[in-house]
Write a protein that binds this ligand. Structure first.
Ligand SMILES: Cc1cc2nc3c(=O)[nH]c(=O)nc-3n(C[C@H](O)[C@H](O)[C@H](O)COP(=O)(O)OP(=O)(O)OC[C@H]3O[C@@H](n4cnc5c(N)ncnc54)[C@H](O)[C@@H]3O)c2cc1C
Length: 387
């Protein structure tokens, strides 16, 4: 990612003002509750953002981005959250797989994939987890048999977010079963419309079918779709996960801060019990911590210090913030028996319940809480490996 060493505060302020003005003119109406309709509306929103130069803000201009800094990109995220405008639809492409494509992609791969990824013409998903390989990702069993002109891919992925809306998937596959398990994995860019790919959506507790099972049956993947070295996919996988953990915390923080302010306003207007008042204080402390961590995350991203065990700290803090905040909101709904808060206030009871339920996933996606804590203990604090 392009990130000049430091950006003039006046330049950032001017950028913030232009984002605010644009969002005031263009922010979309509230999104439909129905998942399919919402996805359609989000795709349209992505296109509008792209046409107006608000997608790929910190991507290099030679690959279709705006060539600005991460600080610029975060400003647009903050202003979008304030305006109640959603993020671009293709989050996995932009923020999870995209950074790895930019870091390890060949010139031809970047020419082929970057522009459609940014424009939203092609959407990406991340095929890492398998039924028996989540926390222990290196034991994955999806196999890619190496042939002269490419690979033949067979296996199953699970929990693949937005797979049924995706055109491409970043797949980790075992290309050499005889090497130690971390060393026989390759990172393949797989066409989701190729013969042999089957996607089955899974409905989550929120009622949305956001993630899926993906089956690969003798899917042919051309050699040109190998990202990075053959059998060297583990390093790329760690790069992707580092950006997922740290980058999502950076972006989501802005939205959590807006939800926090809305909640606080509602408590001021409607009142609450002492338990909720104490909880909102705790949420304030947790979000302040997340905000401080985000300044460090910007510095780390600027200095290309991702991946690092510090990504796990950001991820843990995000999960705490998310669950704490929406837990408080849910308790507030409970203390008012929901109705007063859904009448004449900025709070939406159904949305709070959904946010609360979705927040439960924050300690699982991108690597579970226990695994992140183990990374912190062993790699950051230097404690002996757990037996
Ligand atoms: C909303 C959501 C979206 C997701 N999207 C994607 C996606 O797009 N692409 C993708 O590839 N994956 C995705 N995932 C999957 C996610 O990365 C995995 O669920 C996660 O890594 C945990 O793996 P698992 O579910 O197999 O649980 P398991 O690894 O089976 O773990 C089960 C429990 O055991 C604990 N545990 C396991 N091993 C240890 C250990 N050694 N020490 C201590 N505790 C341990 C875990 O912490 C967890 O609590 C998504 C998950 C969710 C919830």
């Amino acid at each position: 990612m392009t990130s000049p060493a430091s950006v003039e505060p006046q330049a950032l302020e001017a950028y913030r003002n232009s984002a605010r003005t644009w969002l005031a003119d263009f922010a979309p109406p509230p999104l439909p509750q129905d998942y399919r309709l919402r996805t359609g509306a989000l795709r349209e929103w992505h296109s509008t953002l792209y046409r107006s130069g608000w997608v790929g803000i910190d991507w290099p201009s030679e690959h279709g981005g705006q060539g600005l800094s991460l600080e610029h990109a975060l400003i647009f995220i903050e202003e979008s959250a304030r305006a109640g405008a959603p993020q671009p639809f293709g989050a996995i492409g932009l923020h999870v797989v995209g950074p790895t494509l930019l870091r390890y992609g060949t010139r031809q791969q970047l020419e082929r994939f970057a522009e459609p990824l940014l424009s939203g013409a092609e959407t990406w998903c991340q095929g890492f987890s398998e039924p028996d390989a989540g926390s222990d990702l290196a034991s994955l069993r999806t196999r890619a048999v190496v042939e002269d002109d490419g690979f033949v891919l067979t296996g199953q992925k699970i929990w693949t977010s937005w797979a049924d809306d995706s055109d491409w998937c970043a797949v980790l596959a075992r290309t050499d079963p005889d090497r130690p398990k971390h060393k026989g994995i390759s990172y393949l860019l797989v066409d989701m419309h190729a013969p042999g790919v089957t996607v089955r959506p899974i409905t989550q507790i929120t009622g949305d079918a956001e993630f899926c099972e993906v089956f690969f049956e003798d899917v042919r993947v051309p050699r040109s779709n190998l990202l990075g070295p053959l059998h060297g996919g583990w390093e790329l996988a760690m790069h992707t996960l580092g950006h997922e953990r740290s980058g999502y915390a950076l972006r989501r923080r802005a939205e959590l801060e807006v939800s926090y302010r809305n909640l606080l306003d509602a408590i001021r207007r409607e009142g609450s019990g002492s338990d909720v008042a104490a909880e909102i204080g705790t949420a304030y402390v947790t979000l302040s911590g997340l905000s401080a961590l985000s300044r460090r995350a910007v510095r780390r991203a600027r200095n290309a210090e991702v991946p690092s065990p510090l990504d796990s700290v950001d991820k843990l803090a995000l999960a705490k913030g998310e669950q704490q905040l929406f837990g408080t909101a849910l308790d507030l709904l409970g203390s008012h028996r929901a109705a007063p808060l859904t009448r004449g206030t900025s709070l939406d009871g159904a949305q709070i319940v959904k946010d609360y339920l979705h927040g439960r996933a924050a300690s699982v996606y991108g690597g579970s809480e226990q695994i992140q804590l183990t990374i912190v203990a062993e790699r950051l604090l230097g404690l002996p490996r757990a037996r």
